[in-house]
Design a protein around this ligand. Structure first.
Ligand SMILES: Cc1cc2nc3c(=O)[nH]c(=O)nc-3n(C[C@H](O)[C@H](O)[C@H](O)COP(=O)(O)OP(=O)(O)OC[C@H]3O[C@@H](n4cnc5c(N)ncnc54)[C@H](O)[C@@H]3O)c2cc1C
Ligand SMILES: NC(=O)c1ccc[n+]([C@@H]2O[C@H](COP(=O)([O-])OP(=O)(O)OC[C@H]3O[C@@H](n4cnc5c(N)ncnc54)[C@H](O)[C@@H]3O)[C@@H](O)[C@H]2O)c1
Length: 448
């Protein structure tokens, strides 16, 4: 008989926690997991998945804007937000069920309630029950950071935007990161008037500047209003329910909704980590070593709560590596080089490896190959938006340091291009590959 009730107790059933729990169970561990909201976590319930479904809806709206060029005559068009919203939520519920099935089929005991740490080997559930475990995994993710200004309570975060009653006629989005750019594009395409308020003049800091500039140019062409060097000072709810936003200097804008997309905070508040002697980092994150172990040897942490790379596939890799290390007798770390990522704006942009600026800083001289082209599909649409692909390579060896793209389907193309960058290929390997014509991806093997 073990001295503990479980080999592993996981707190948080999101991307990292579910993967870790099911792999640990597959290695023979007795596992339990606690989830205070809904199985699946941020990505499935209020992140990547419902967001991407809304992106598809916005692409459809875009295609529908010029049916005549495709030979279609379409009668009066109308858009019903509640229908789309409810359709998306139905699928989220379906996926939540699948997560439950996975945990059940791996014989992971699930507790649908909050859990906190009470010691190196114990947790307490909201119902009061105390449970012991040889190891504890913290996979509690993060939550939207809401800046503190008068009237902030009238604003939405990404948690609420999926559920709004009506599509806002006028939407203000505060922030210049992933969430801001994605939701600005979604609601712009669905017909809302969108204003983006950003405190600096830089958006999407991690991405190649030239690609971001192209995105800004296109977004402005589509009617998104950008207010750079602006910060919301206060929000007042008017009698008619609309919101008056004060941007300072007597600059007031009235909108229907305000979405705050100002980054995320690790979920560690009130988690009892001090009971296990774990000190938090500056942003409230849990510091861990390369094996995801905290300063308390029996407690590990993976995913957004560790504030490393806040992406679902990374949380999944970390959870998997943790389970293999601790329960599979196979110590594994995650390699964080060349992680591809994308912003699902309209059009989307994607990148892997070093941006041109980063490469110049690290390597001095580098070469940049690029293609600035009009995607064939855009012939149907009068915006005449151009795609831009860039490859940054080492000067002499021409080893690829980074690939950056903006254009339709660029995330789909980037996933495959990332294999080449991860494998350390050179520009020559792309030149040697015959183009697949006609495609947008062929631009990558025709770069000049
Ligand atoms: C709007 C949005 C869009 C996104 N889009 C993308 C995308 O396109 N691609 C991408 O790769 N990433 C995207 N992300 C990021 C991605 O969702 C996260 O990186 C990922 O979900 C992190 O997984 P995790 O396991 O660390 O935490 P989470 O998935 O956040 O799971 C943590 C879980 O822990 C639960 N929990 C917290 N505290 C407790 C407690 N004390 N007791 C019990 N349960 C608790 C929470 O309820 C939650 O379910 C997006 C995020 C947002 C917000
Ligand atoms: N496509 C994807 O992969 C995807 C999509 C959405 C979210 N995510 C993940 O979720 C994380 C959170 O997304 P996010 O967009 O909230 O964060 P982010 O870190 O991408 O951007 C935060 C933005 O908020 C601004 N900001 C910070 N404090 C502010 C304040 N007080 N007032 C106004 N603006 C302020 C910052 O300047 C920055 O532009 C991302 O870092 C990303 O890892 C990924």
């Amino acid at each position: 008989m073990s001295e503990y009730e479980y080999d592993l107790f996981t707190i948080g059933a999101g991307s990292g926690g579910v993967r870790a729990s099911r792999i640990a169970a597959a290695h023979g561990a007795k596992v339990a997991i606690a989830e205070e909201y809904r199985l699946g976590g941020t990505c499935v319930i209020r992140g990547c998945v419902p967001k991407k479904m809304l992106v598809y809806a916005s692409m459809f709206a875009d295609d529908l804007s010029h049916p005549e060029n495709y030979g279609w005559t379409i009668g009066e068009k109308s858009f019903d937000w509640p229908t789309l919203r409810d359709f998306v939520q139905k699928d989220v519920t379906r996926l939540e069920g699948l997560y439950g099935n996975t945990l059940e089929s791996h014989e992971v005991d699930t507790f649908s309630e909050r859990a906190v740490v009470t010691g190196p080997n114990s947790v307490k559930l909201a119902s009061g029950r105390e449970i012991t475990a040889r190891n504890i995994l913290i996979a509690t993710g993060g939550r939207p950071h809401m800046p503190d200004f008068p009237g902030a309570e009238h604003c939405l975060s990404s948690n609420e935007i999926f559920h709004v009653e009506d599509k806002p006629k006028c939407l203000m989005v505060a922030g210049g990161g992933y969430i801001a750019m994605e939701f600005a594009a979604i609601f712009n395409a669905l017909g809302s008037e969108v204003t983006v308020v950003n405190r600096t003049d830089r958006i999407l800091r991690a991405y190649d500047e030239q690609i971001v500039d192209r995105m800004l140019h296109i977004a402005m062409g589509r009617g998104i209003d950008f207010r750079m060097h602006s910060l919301i000072e206060s929000v007042e709810k008017l009698d008619d329910g609309r919101l008056e936003v004060d941007l300072g200097d007597a600059n007031k804008v009235t909108v229907d909704q305000v979405l705050i997309a100002a980054g995320r905070t690790p979920n560690t508040e009130g988690l009892g980590l001090d009971n296990a002697g774990i000190e938090l980092g500056k942003k409230g994150e849990i510091p861990v070593d390369e094996y995801n172990r905290t300063s308390c040897p029996s407690i590990y942490a993976v995913g957004d709560v560790t504030d490393r790379v806040a992406l679902t596939p990374v949380a999944i890799r970390e959870g998997h590596a943790f389970a293999d290390t601790v329960f599979g007798d196979n110590p594994r770390t995650v390699n964080y080089d060349a992680i591809p990522s994308a912003v699902f704006s309209q059009p989307p942009l994607a990148g892997v490896g070093l941006t041109e600026t980063e490469a110049r800083k690290q390597y001095g001289n580098v070469k940049v190959y690029s293609s600035d082209f009009r995607p064939m599909k855009n012939i149907f649409n009068p915006h005449a938006e151009r795609g831009l692909y860039k490859m940054v390579v080492e000067e002499v060896s021409e080893k690829i340091l980074g690939i950056h793209m903006i254009g339709p389907e660029s995330p789909e193309i980037m996933q495959v291009a990332a294999v080449a960058v991860k494998a350390g290929l050179t520009k020559q390997a792309f030149d040697d590959t015959i183009a697949l014509h006609p495609s947008m991806a062929e631009e990558l093997v025709l770069l000049k």
